[in-house]
Design a protein around this ligand. Structure first.
Ligand code: SAH
Ligand code: SF4
Length: 339
């Protein structure tokens, strides 16, 4: 049985060809899958009943199941999705008041090998990579379930996208071509896998690259992110400058603020100095509690002070709005549990 979600126009044509149907039928099916997000072939109402029956004998819309769904008081929806081999990941839909954007936060792996000290996903270890089809199915599932069209995608769910680069790039191509989501509306977040950042620079990626920096210097970073021992901040800086040179794109620096770990005035000044020659915006993320550690979220006052000090250095600084914390859907809280 062929699964239609994830197939491009040419791949759908192979199925319609085998059923002796025209290429126009393939175009209709493609629209039903990506733009109208139907859940079943029966909903493809501009295909004849006879052709729908033929199609149903060889193909289905999807093989992904919604295992659980939670809606936050702020409108954020978290889904636990099950793939055909029984593995599960979470995917989150975020809506922001007074903005038309609907942002899907997708997972790229089951678990994660990087194992940062503050993150619930890393605690599970690495289970497996997601295929490109499994990545885009997360957005299709959201669209089918809500009847809404996703406008932005961020690779900030479970997993390290740059350790599954081939499938992530393929998924981005499908978001671009089949979902018609512009490259600038896609964001890839990474803990800083330098060789892969260099590859993205060569590839001239036009989507946003977000770096989980989270520390102002090597010693603090290696305490909270083991990856620093493999890819350190000095080399990361060289790689980021090269990325900006090659792509012309501004980078987003993500900085998790953890009370008494990396949130002091000195830390802000040192961070500003480190970033002074990198073309970037800064996104501060106040730590979201997870069960696995004793870190604390800083007070709003110290977040604002940190922000002010960075702004003083001339950077654009935003504080990430917390979404879905009441349903464990906020950054770092995803662990694919239940399954
Ligand atoms: N693996 C990638 C993308 C997924 S994590 C990466 O690390 O960049 C998405 C973001 O959530 C990252 O910036 C990550 O550092 C952050 N995050 C992890 N745990 C968190 C927590 N407990 N509170 C707030 N943000 C967290
Ligand atoms: Fe992996 Fe990102 Fe979590 Fe680190 S923060 S363990 S890289 S998912």
């Amino acid at each position: 049985m062929e699964i239609l979600s994830g197939l491009n126009q040419a791949e759908i044509e192979k199925i319609t060809d085998a059923l002796n149907a025209s290429k126009f039928r393939a175009r209709q099916i493609h629209n039903w899958i990506y733009l109208k997000s139907v859940s079943s072939i029966d909903e493809m109402t501009d295909l004849s009943v006879k052709f729908r029956e033929e199609l149903k004998s060889v193909a289905a819309v999807t093989d992904v199941k919604i295992k659980a769904k939670q809606v936050s008081s702020d409108g954020t929806i978290k889904y636990l999705l099950e793939f055909s081999d029984g593995e599960c990941v979470e995917t989150v839909l975020m809506r922001f008041d007074n903005r038309a954007n609907l942002t899907a936060c997708v997972s790229s792996q089951v678990g994660c090998a990087v194992n940062c000290s503050f993150c619930a996903t890393g605690k599970r270890g690495f289970i497996r990579n997601l295929t490109a089809k499994e990545i885009i199915e997360q957005v299709l599932t959201i669209q089918r379930d809500t009847g809404l069209k996703v406008t932005n995608v961020v690779f900030m769910g479970q997993g390290e996208p740059l350790l599954n680069l081939e499938n992530v790039l393929r998924a981005m191509e499908i978001f671009n071509e089949d979902f018609q989501i512009g490259a600038r509306r896609l964001t890839v977040s990474t803990s800083g896998i330098i060789p892969q950042i260099n590859k993205l620079a060569e590839f001239n990626m036009q989507s946003t690259l977000a770096i989980s920096l989270h520390a102002p210097n090597h010693n603090i970073r290696r305490k909270i992110m083991k990856i620093e021992d493999k890819y350190n901040m000095a080399d990361l800086k060289t790689s980021l400058k090269n990325y900006v040179d090659k792509t012309g794109r501004r980078i987003t620096i993500e900085y998790l603020l953890i009370k008494d770990v990396n949130d002091t005035v000195e830390n802000a000044k040192e961070l500003a100095y480190y970033l002074s020659d990198i073309k970037c915006n800064i996104n501060l993320i106040p730590y979201n509690p997870t069960e696995q550690n004793d870190y604390k979220r800083p007070s709003n006052n110290s977040v604002m002070k940190f922000k002010y000090l960075l702004e003083h250095s001339g950077k654009k600084v935003t504080v990430r709005l917390e979404r879905g914390a009441d349903i464990d859907a906020a950054c770092g809280q995803l662990k694919g549990k239940v399954c």
